[in-house]
Design a protein around this ligand. Structure first.
Ligand code: ADP
Length: 434
């Protein structure tokens, strides 16, 4: 079919071990880019392309089509010379990434032989160095050779698995879809509540430990999961408490390998601070990784929430809107504002205040907030600790609050009634523009 107005169609012949990079502009007037592989073989972030199949990339996508053997492909894209039109690149770190995969696979083979566990890998680095992309690559390569690795997502700002403000784990059973990424079925998700670990570092570390515990339990009963190991994606905050959180994560998961992307100081610090048997490896970032502005990150977060309620591309969901009586739910915020040590009641520590469940009185200021529906049984408030460490069974957004009638209207993926009555409030807001 003919390219849409303003778009041109170009054939690219790529040499072996090179890649074609392109961006699709974000925003209202955005167009998509179509891609088709004509000859040879190529992959997008570790997922192979089928020949003569049209792939469509939507607004905001930043893509690299890499070929090990050489290939030709056709691209329908905005006019040449625009900053977003595709361009071939000779110099990529893909060979280093593939070698990393090969080394991890060696460790899995050895684990299989010796009846041990497979590699647990933590990927670290500042924001926008391609951490998530490297995770996706390594997971897709692993699953392509028959492994069942687990993705642990600790990036509360840009989660690849669930809505922002959460940490999660997902068993990877097939390579990421070229256009849509990993299929997200039955992830294990915990409520954190904001987009940076710094808002409540105690809670962040607690949830990291919890995920590590659950993953280890699974490894005990599932040999494939144990051999497959895990790839942990982390936040871009690598200083101060952010750095301490990385060290904590390494110890909670007992990681074997740390991949540091493009940050020599962080590499040296981790080499110094982690036990000697942990292999710390410095890897370059890909020149293709595009820096994202604050706005861009916020848009991506918004989009992630929209997807949760409305679906993505081919798959549309139809969310429900209904009223919930204040008296039917209990809303909490995790963490009380910290108070000086000298003012703490005897026997209580700052830790306790950061992990404390604080009841929220519903009012107008709830409007637009995202709330997690805790899977904790309704009788469990007695054990408030249980709620903090219970997974989430879904999310709702408050769209309207009527303080007179004492009800709030919510957007929900499932019809009423809510499956549970314990709700946890996030700092994150979502305005439904549909
Ligand atoms: P981080 O997790 O470190 O914040 P990401 O992995 O999310 O970084 O990468 C940032 C953006 O760069 C993503 O949109 C990703 O698609 C894009 N990207 C990564 N590698 C390449 C590449 N080689 N060519 C083009 N775009 C890339």
């Amino acid at each position: 079919d003919a390219p849409a107005a303003g778009k041109v169609s170009t054939r690219f012949d790529l040499e072996k071990e090179t890649e074609l990079r392109f961006e699709v502009e974000a925003g209202e007037a955005a167009e998509q880019v179509d891609l088709e592989l004509l000859t040879g073989m190529a992959e997008v972030f570790g997922s192979e392309l089928n020949r003569n199949k049209k792939y469509t990339f939507g607004p905001g996508s930043k893509i690299a089509v890499f070929t090990w053997q050489g290939c030709s492909c056709e691209c329908k894209h905005p006019p040449p010379l625009s900053p977003t039109s595709p361009f071939p690149i000779l110099d990529t770190p893909m060979l280093l990434y593939l070698n990393t995969h090969a080394a991890l696979e060696q460790m899995r083979k050895q684990a299989e032989r010796d009846n041990e566990r497979g590699p647990r890998v933590m990927v670290v680095g500042p924001t926008d160095v391609g951490k998530s992309t490297v995770c996706r690559l390594l997971l897709s390569y692993a699953v392509r050779v028959g492994r069942r690795p687990t993705l642990v997502e600790l990036d509360v700002g840009q989660s690849g698995v669930s809505v922002p403000g959460t940490v999660s784990a997902l068993c990877i059973e097939r390579p990421a879809d070229v256009e849509e990424g990993f299929s997200v079925q039955a992830p294990l998700v915990y409520h954190f509540g904001s987009t940076t670990p710094g808002t409540n570092i105690k809670l962040y570390n607690k949830l990291t430990s919890r995920l590590a515990e659950v993953f280890s339990q699974r490894c005990e009963v599932n040999r494939k999961a144990s051999v497959g190991g895990c790839i942990i994606n982390t936040c871009g905050w690598v200083k101060g408490s952010g750095y301490q959180a990385l060290v904590h994560c390494a110890s909670a998961f007992e990681v074997d390998v740390v991949l540091v992307l493009d940050h020599e100081r962080l590499y040296n610090e981790l080499k110094r601070d982690l036990p000697h048997f942990v292999r710390v490896v410095l890897l370059p970032k890909s020149g293709g990784v595009v820096e994202r502005s604050k706005e861009c990150r916020r848009d991506t977060r918004d989009e992630k929430i929209r997807e949760y309620f409305y679906g993505f591309r081919g798959v549309s969901f139809f969310p429900f809107s209904f009223e919930v009586r204040f008296s039917d739910v209990r809303i909490y915020k995790i963490g009380a504002p910290s108070i000086p040590d000298s003012c703490l009641p005897l026997g209580m520590s700052q830790d306790d205040t950061q992990l404390k469940l604080v009841p929220v009185t519903p009012g107008r200021d709830l409007t637009y907030h995202v709330l997690s529906v805790s899977s904790a049984e309704d009788g469990e408030e007695g054990s408030k600790k249980g709620i903090v460490e219970s997974p989430v069974c879904g999310f709702i957004v408050v769209t309207f609050v009527d303080t007179q009638l004492q009800v709030m209207k919510v957007l929900s993926p499932a019809p009423r009634p809510l499956p549970r009555h314990t709700l946890l409030i996030m700092d994150i807001r979502f305005m439904d523009m549909k």
